[in-house]
Design a protein around this ligand. Structure first.
Ligand code: NAD
Length: 500
């Protein structure tokens, strides 16, 4: 298999300095289907030096906003031109279905277009009313500098776009390190940025392991900001590595997200069907490998038996297979490690008293499901409680736990009883209750009678250990800018504080 020269530094594609390589596996059969360069810290240093030069001496930070926005729109056009090819690549790399890959490419396009529009629509700065005609005071926003970006394997292209698009819109330069498990679509993104005309050094890519490559970027004195999306443990390591250089740190971490279903959301056949369908989608989309997955079902006791029985029956019918096969609804897990962790969590939940309602094992191979693939059957675990590991720790698997409540207060208390706070949902027919509960949930996104939609215009991020800062929306652009206050005295005069 030819090695992809996957490091992009100063506008040049190159192999790793050591000549190191890494095989990229197809999670549907665990076979390698690509080989990329495996960077080490010397490559990370070279990429930071390139981004530093491009920021300090290159044209990008001073490029007029309209031209920066035009480049982002060109990237959007190129993504749409290559939509099918990139969707297929994302499917093979992550295991997700091609249909999900297409949605990702469209969402990535929307992120580029959104941030292009956001910077274009801005006035040149904020004038502060000083109350004096002798002073002019303005607050402007400038790029932070060199941004290091570290991304996870579940939405490789999407998570990269939430960082790259605002960073470039604001005039920064960057070094991006995708997950070592799923680097391929990010390589394509850098190709498109190059084709769209991004100046050499403004965007750099290093493919390699979290430690040492990501760790080096986080600690690097030449980096002004590190934006990380990934797990809690890696996130705390990134924050610790970044601390001595006092760089800006943005963390998008995990979630243990509650989906709260009240009995009144199930009072008609149609609303019952909708609530069950949404609970399935919340938990099992992309085989549950979604940071905002509704992996904790909190169901009102009065409807629990009917709801869980129907949910488990439908979960058992989800068609698992290779994401590129027609008719497949869910792909495999991304790696052997995720598969092992899933088996471990299910075993621990059963040992702690949970009841298995469906799944709980690896499915038998069939024509669309090769024997070596990392497949795990959608699993519903009933009779779960807060003491269990499966309720407290993020897993990233097609695993739905069921807890019950009797009152609204109890539902809110359960939903908020997590160290995370990324997302949650409430299903109810009572609009007053919906608003009350949404107001009390300590989570960064709350859906009412829906699950999963997000908008590029609305901030995304979490309370608690789900992270620091926000992506998307105006705050997602502000992450990549430093406000600067310019105070101008229009009638300079001596102060005479010192009289000598
Ligand atoms: P991970 O933490 O293992 O890896 C994420 C990235 O960090 C990878 O690129 C990895 O190489 C790198 N990394 C690992 N150790 C590092 C270190 N010491 N220093 C610097 N970089 C390091 O996470 P993952 O398993 O790839 O992704 C799953 C996690 O991502 C889940 O916890 C999920 O909730 C989270 N996630 C969050 C969001 C969000 O928007 N909040 C979105 C997607 C995924």
């Amino acid at each position: 298999m030819p090695v992809i020269e996957s490091l992009f530094i100063s506008g040049q594609w190159r192999p790793a300095a050591t000549g190191g390589t890494r095989e990229v596996l197809d999670p549907a059969d665990a076979r390698p289907f690509a080989v990329v360069a495996e960077a080490d810290t010397a490559d990370a240093d070279a990429a930071v030096a390139a981004a530093r030069r491009a920021f300090d001496h290159g044209p990008w930070p001073g490029t007029p906003v309209a031209e920066r926005a035009a480049l982002l729109h060109r990237v959007g056009d190129l993504l749409q031109r290559d939509r099918e090819r990139i969707a297929l690549l994302e499917s093979r790399d992550t295991g997700k279905t091609v249909a999900e890959g297409r949605i990702d490419v469209d969402d990535v396009t929307a992120a580029f277009r959104y941030f292009a529009g956001l910077v274009t629509g801005e006035a040149g700065g904020r004038t502060v009313d000083t109350g004096s005609a002798d002073v002019r005071s303005t607050v402007v926003h400038e790029p932070v500098g060199v941004c290091a970006m570290i991304t996870p394997w579940n939405y490789p292209l999407l998570q990269a776009s939430w960082k790259v698009a605002p960073a470039l819109a604001a005039g920064n330069t960057f070094v991006l390190k995708p997950s070592e498990i799923t680097p391929l679509s990010t390589i394509e993104l850098l190709r498109l940025l190059d084709e769209a005309g991004l100046p050499a050094g403004a965007g750099n890519l290093v493919t390699g392991a979290g430690d040492p490559v990501g760790a080096r970027l986080a600690e690097h004195p030449g980096v002004d900001l590190v934006s990380f999306t990934g797990g809690l443990l890696s996130g705390t390591r990134v924050a610790a590595a970044a601390a001595p250089t006092v760089k800006k740190v943005a963390l998008e971490l995990g979630g243990k997200n509650p989906n709260v279903v009240f009995a009144d959301a199930c009072s008609t056949a149609e609303s019952f069907d909708t609530a069950v369908d949404q609970a399935l989608n919340a938990a099992f989309a992309h085989s549950g490998q979604v940071c905002s997955a509704g992996s904790r079902l909190l169901i009102e006791d009065a409807v629990r038996d009917r709801f869980v029985t129907e949910l488990a029956a439908r979960a058992a019918r989800i068609r698992l297979g290779r994401g590129t096969e027609p008719g497949v609804e869910c792909g495999p897990l991304v790696s052997q490690r995720q598969l092992d962790r899933t088996e471990e969590f299910v075993a621990s939940a059963l040992a702690e008293g949970a009841t298995l309602r469906c799944g709980g094992s690896r499915p038998a191979p069939d024509p669309v499901r090769p024997a070596g693939g990392y497949f795990y059957s959608p699993t519903v675990l009933d009779h779960c409680h807060r003491g269990m590991r499966v309720i407290r720790e993020e897993l990233f698997a097609p695993l739905l736990t069921v807890e019950t409540f009797r009152t609204e207060d109890e539902a809110v208390e359960l939903a908020n009883d997590t160290e995370y706070g990324l997302a949650g949902a409430v299903f109810t027919a009572d609009p007053e209750r919906a608003r009350r509960v949404a107001g009390r949930l300590r989570h960064g996104t709350v859906w009412i009678n829906d699950y999963h939609p997000y908008l590029p215009q609305a901030e995304w991020g979490g309370f608690g250990k789900s992270g620091i800062g926000r992506e998307l929306g105006p705050a997602g652009l502000d992450e990549y800018r430093e406000p600067k206050h310019i105070y101008e005295n229009l009638r300079p005069a001596a102060v005479r504080w010192f009289t000598g």
